[in-house]
Design a binder for this molecule. Structure first.
Ligand SMILES: NC(=O)c1ccc[n+]([C@@H]2O[C@H](COP(=O)([O-])OP(=O)(O)OC[C@H]3O[C@@H](n4cnc5c(N)ncnc54)[C@H](O)[C@@H]3O)[C@@H](O)[C@H]2O)c1
Length: 86
């Protein structure tokens, strides 16, 4: 079943691969990164290539951040469920 997933640090080493894999598996991905370590170009390219599935949000998560109402998080090391809001 397709899910809507939030991936933080999505321009980073781990976040980029998680976002890319989730999109390839058909999930909708909200990919958040502040660009503080570079890497946004690759993420922008992914968002263009997977325009229907990947939404890039350049934002700093150090401040207040609210998940959508009803969202839940799961703790697992599996990329399939990591950081997925249902
Ligand atoms: N890479 C590994 O092997 C490894 C192993 C164990 C733990 N970790 C941990 O996993 C996390 C991610 O690792 P990584 O290798 O992908 O790191 P990374 O530095 O490649 O990526 C982190 C990303 O987070 C973004 N970021 C930082 N602060 C932010 C903020 N306030 N708001 C929005 N975006 C922000 C950066 O711009 C960067 O793109 C880190 O906490 C790291 O310590 C990594």
């Amino acid at each position: 079943m397709s899910q809507r997933c939030l991936v933080t640090g999505a321009a980073g080493l781990i976040g980029f691969e998680v976002a890319r894999q989730l999109a390839l598996e058909g999930h909708a991905v909200v990919a958040v990164d502040n660009g503080s370590k570079g890497g946004l170009a690759d993420l922008e390219r992914l968002a263009q290539e997977q325009a229907r599935r990947v939404e890039l949000v350049q934002a700093d998560l150090a401040g207040a951040f609210e998940l959508p109402a009803g969202a839940t998080t799961r703790s697992s090391i599996s990329p399939r469920s990591w950081a997925c809001a249902t």
